[in-house]
Write a protein that binds this ligand. Structure first.
Ligand code: KG4
Ligand code: ZN
Length: 386
């Protein structure tokens, strides 16, 4: 089964053509075409993602990235003309330039031989989500291909289950129940999956997401957006020197739940900076180090709690912050020392951030389990796995 997958929930535009085989017991995914464009540099001056700018960029990039992915996949077959029903499918697109570019795409390409279009329908920034959904819906109706909406966080869970095999992937077949720790710019949560596609949230952040905390602390230290990698690089320099006298609190460490809180940690960094008269590069490195340690410790002690409280067959990490080496090492150490019979799966570094591969893989696993695309697609910024 060939799937065209589209991801536009935040500041990456991703378009992928993948071919899935097998099912949840043995699936594999061939990446036939892959086009990904990050807008991070454009949002950097705002210190975060600016929704209407994200939407405009997705509108400008979706058609060229789709042409690129379909061409790589050998599915771009020239045509000259557009049918009345294709013309009608376009009428739902309000933005004139966006409609024009999709019209040109439909005019020049034959309906590709794909079986399904998958698109992220939430959670995320609604103007950004709508762009991907409108695009997917027009292509779906113009080409007569079903469109399946996929939850972005389900994608992040699946990303942890993809074992790279060269350019392709094999499913790391999870022993259920699966516990996922999802750590991204918008989310910090434990999601428990007892059976495929049935989710229970057993803990989440009460305020900022962990990636958001990285981004806010980065801003306090005058580092560019997205802050995670910059903080990690500074922290590594402090770590290599060894000694660090700065210690930040571990918020909610003694709380009996699997919930998190990160806004107090960001405030602790702010107070620390306010108390220092001159901040050297070395001070910044120590602060980044102490902040990263605090984040890691909280993530680890809450993961210990979740693993102790629940029957868990495997632990899966997902989301942008799962790229962080200190967090990855902390999780591996925890499991190797205390939960030796629980395998832990982490996304390949190329799949920690937002991408369309995880969306296409999730759609394939759903389709191969007999799930059909359901109902009209609506962008839901606060969509929650259930
Ligand atoms: O999953 P993602 O790409 O987008 C969302 O769905 O939110 O996550 C983005 C977040 C940003 O907050 C970014 O600062 C953080 O992931 N991030 C990191 C690292 N790389 C990205 N945080 C800590 N360490 C990293 N190496
Ligand atoms: Zn994400």
């Amino acid at each position: 089964m060939k799937i065209l997958a589209i991801e536009t929930s935040c500041d990456e535009t991703g378009v992928v053509v993948l071919e899935g085989a097998g099912d949840v017991t043995n699936a594999s995914f061939k990446i036939l075409g892959n086009a990904l464009l990050s807008q991070a540099d454009l949002h950097a001056p705002y210190g975060g993602v600016f929704p209407n700018l994200a939407k405009r960029e997705h509108q400008a990039n979706l058609v060229p990235l789709t042409v690129q992915a379909l061409t790589q996949a050998g599915l771009y077959v020239d045509e000259e003309g557009i049918t009345p029903s294709q013309e009608e499918a376009l009428s739902g697109i309000k933005d004139v330039a966006f409609r024009g570019s999709i019209q040109e795409l439909l005019y020049t390409i034959q309906a590709p031989k794909i079986d399904m279009i998958a698109v992220t329908h939430g959670p995320g920034l609604e103007p950004a989500l709508w762009t991907g959904i409108s695009f997917a819906s027009v292509l779906g109706s113009a080409w007569g291909i079903p469109v399946m909406g996929i939850d972005h966080m389900e994608g992040h869970i699946i990303s942890g289950l993809l074992e790279p095999t060269g350019n392709d992937y094999e499913l790391r077949v999870p022993k259920l129940p699966l516990l996922s720790l999802l750590i991204s710019g918008g989310h910090t949560e434990f999601v428990y999956m007892d059976e495929w596609f049935a989710y229970e949230r057993i803990g989440e952040t009460k305020d900022d997401a962990v990636g958001e905390a990285f981004d806010k602390v980065a801003r306090l230290l005058n580092l560019a957006y997205p802050g995670g990698p910059h903080i990690a690089a500074l922290a590594a320099r402090s770590r290599s020197r060894g000694k660090n006298d700065i210690v930040f609190p571990r918020p909610m460490a003694n709380d009996a739940s699997c919930d998190f809180s990160f806004s107090g940690l960001k405030t602790a960094v702010l107070y620390k900076l306010q108390k220092m008269d001159k901040i050297s590069e070395e001070d910044k490195e120590h602060i980044a180090h102490a902040f990263e340690d605090a984040v890691r410790d909280v993530l680890i002690l809450k993961t210990r709690r979740a693993l102790s409280e629940r029957d868990v067959g495997c632990l899966v990490l997902g989301g942008g912050v799962s790229a962080n080496d200190v967090v990855r090492r902390g999780v591996v150490d925890l499991v190797q020392n205390e939960f030796t019979d629980i395998p832990v799966y982490m996304p390949d570094k190329t799949l920690t951030g937002d991408n369309a591969i995880m969306i296409g893989a999730a759609a394939y696993l759903r389709a191969s389990s007999g799930r059909k695309p359901n109902g009209p697609l609506v962008a839901t910024g606060s969509l929650r796995l259930s």
